[in-house]
Ligand binder design. Sequence first.
Ligand code: GDP
Ligand code: GDP
Length: 437
Amino acid sequence: MSFTVAIVGRPNVGKSTFFNRLLEQRKAIVDDVSGVTRDRQYGVADWNGKAFNVIDTGGFVAGSEDVFETEIRKQVQIAIDEADALIFMTDTTSGITELDESMRDLLRRTTKPVLLAVNKVDNGDRLLEATEFYSMGIEHIFFISSMTGSGTGELLDAITDMIDEKASDDTVRENELPKFAIIGQPNVGKSSLLNALIGQERTIVSDIAGTTRDTIHTHYDLFQKEFILIDTAGIRKKNKEKDDLEFYSVIRAIRAMDEADVCMLVLDAEKGITAQDVNIYSLAARKGKGLVVLVNKWDLIQKETNTARDYEKELRSRLAPFNDIPILFISAQEKTRIFKGIEIALEVFENKQRKIPTSQLNEVMLKAIEAYHAPVVRGNSIKIKYVTQLPTHTPSFAFFCNYPDDIKQPYKNYLENQLRTHFNFKGVPVRLFFRKK
Ligand code: GDP
Ligand code: GDP
């Protein structure tokens, strides 16, 4: 079993500052190149050679100005349910507040280790003030400054002391497993697919709690292939109202999507692709998720020679511009090609991890650029000198050139097509950046 630490505390005490500091290296890479600040609430930390999951529960509290008792209870409950240890963060500059006290009362009910972190202790004077927090009556107390980093080492030492080698290894391994989400409209056959998959072999290894209580991560070991399926069972129970069904199916899809590496979009062959499906699909592509489309209930379709080919063609045109994805015709009911769906999703996951050596990339792409130059803009002839893949989670490429702003969409499409022709990025959105040399 992996080891998970949750950070709780009222708004503005410095939870995300601490969280970001802890996950600094990984985050910096992702954000720097894509220019997207991701509001991550979950990550893997590494300290003293031990790995553990960190959840910043603060992100789950709606409206950070007025935090109501119920929201606080919810946050603490998530933390208690999902974590192996809790960091309870407070702020020395505001002293002990009523909210701090009510959180402490809630935390008293758990037998899991609670570490009180008194934050914003930036200097010696603050340390004197901070001693009032001893009155909270929590045994493990740490005076830290998330801003300067002082004291955070002791806190992390205390955490890593609780983690054995096995838990650390499991944490790393679980985080490296491919995560798939099965998404789609109500009644397309998602649960049938899941049940058909599980029926094939005794598969479930364990249920791992997700980053919110609304998603469940199930660890599968199907025919020697390990992966995690993300399910959103929690929401399903809460919302039985028929009117809300479609709305919640969208919310559910987005939640599952955020946590997944590859999304398996299930369609009903008879109904075809809906506008809602296209929206979900584009959103997944924008988020850089791998994609596979499964056309389910294929058993209900009257088939002639070219039925599948024509169906696929029509579907690809609806999914354009990004349609270099696997499309599979399946039947969950008759268990046709369902495991193929998993194999394909694993391939897409591999494609998403693909790193092209710079020399190979330049050899291929500079040739393609030579064969077809970017059009001259305002008398400027555009020269692309060098291409490199960026160290991001979603395959991203930086093209270094003299006039980056003058490269227009059609030429970008040409370059992307060339990349896709020479390297296998099937099912994976790729990003192209143009930078001044
Ligand atoms: P959260 O709402 O608990 O996640 O709090 P944030 O991490 O967003 O921090 C709230 C504010 O406190 C921000 O303006 C931070 O810059 C500031 N802050 C966080 N940690 C420290 C610290 O150690 N010292 C000082 N002086 N300010 C801090
Ligand atoms: P979900 O809402 O997406 O989870 O859909 P369900 O799995 O509950 O399936 C909705 C309905 O479609 C049920 O009546 C299933 O029996 C039916 N169904 C699911 N897969 C297939 C299939 O491959 N072929 C046929 N003919 N029916 C299916």
